[in-house]
Design a protein. Structure first.
Length: 297
């Protein structure tokens, strides 16, 4: 193949097509648990996340809720993955050898948000959220109906494998996926570029500016207890009884269970079996969608 601007552009488009096809065919699950926020700066501050007011009967003047009471900032991070292709391979028309590498690059970029979101979820037992407490904690401060600050839990501890019950039915979700610049496939193929000249190679890669963060802790329950009907029931009841400031019922409805591969059998027995081994009716059959991910293992 004659290497010129036209053939290099065709090569780039061919690699880009392989990259995009792999992205489109690779499953990911972060969108089921995280709200996607478009970022316009180096970081974003979510001052409103703790202060969404409830509805009240309009008597007298409006009661204005300050949406900047809490400060929780997510800074965008820069990510890349890069491969090189020898000029001689393009000259010899051996581009098929590189297609698996570009397909894998596409798959990796599609799975990267899962890596970020679920790894952060796993770290929630020792990572702070907007109220200064660990995301999964036993003493989140909440003001009750009498104006007193009380401690509220969204975890029941334990020492086993972690599993998580979430309410993802709302516009605000338990996790945040923040995008400053989405995943972009790029090339470095100018023949007068110093790297290309010195190495006789063309460079292709993907670049993104993104990050993951915590949303509302009230919409998530983290547990290291044995995953069984009794502990699952405890988590569901605790979430549905969640109250916000002023004692208002939040109406939390858990609908997603996230487990590592080591708990897949227990989770499927809990959610996918209509009856138990003894033939008794399973009250938790299809009570939540199931996500099995290695990123919380």
């Amino acid at each position: 193949m004659l290497v010129n601007a036209q053939s290099l552009e065709l090569t780039y488009k061919g690699f880009q097509n392989v990259f995009n096809t792999a992205r489109e065919s690779t499953p990911s699950f972060f969108e089921k648990v995280a709200m996607t926020i478009s970022s316009g700066a180096a970081d974003e501050t979510y001052g409103w996340i703790a202060s969404i007011p409830g509805m009240r009967e309009w008597i007298g003047q409006r009661q204005i809720k300050n949406l900047t009471a809490a400060k929780y900032t997510i800074a965008n991070k820069l990510f890349e993955s890069t491969v090189s292709v020898k000029r001689t391979s393009i000259e010899d028309d051996r581009l098929g050898v590189y297609k698996p590498a570009f397909a894998e690059l596409g798959s990796l970029s599609q799975r990267h948000p899962d890596t970020m979101v679920f790894s952060l979820m796993k770290s929630g037992f020792n990572t702070n959220c907007y109220d200064g407490q660990f995301f999964f904690d036993t003493d989140h401060p909440v003001v009750d109906a009498d104006g007193n600050t009380v401690q509220v839990a969204n975890t029941d501890g334990g020492a086993g494998a972690s599993w998580f019950l979430l309410d993802t039915s709302r516009a605000v979700r338990p996790m945040i996926w923040q995008e400053r610049l989405p995943y972009e496939f790029q090339q470095l193929t100018q023949t007068d570029n110093q790297y290309v000249f010195l190495h006789d190679e063309y460079v292709y890669g993907v670049r993104a500016r993104v990050n993951a963060g915590f949303g509302l802790w009230q919409l998530a329950w983290g547990s290291k207890q044995t995953l069984n009907p009794a502990n699952y029931a405890v988590a569901r009841a605790a979430m549905q009884n969640m109250r916000g400031d002023g004692g208002r019922i939040l109406g939390v409805m858990p609908n997603v269970l996230v487990v590592p591969p080591s708990l897949e059998t227990e989770a499927r027995t809990l959610l996918k079996a209509a009856t138990s081994a003894t033939g008794a009716s399973n009250p938790w059959f299809e009570s939540a969608d199931l996500i099995v991910t290695p990123y919380i293992a």
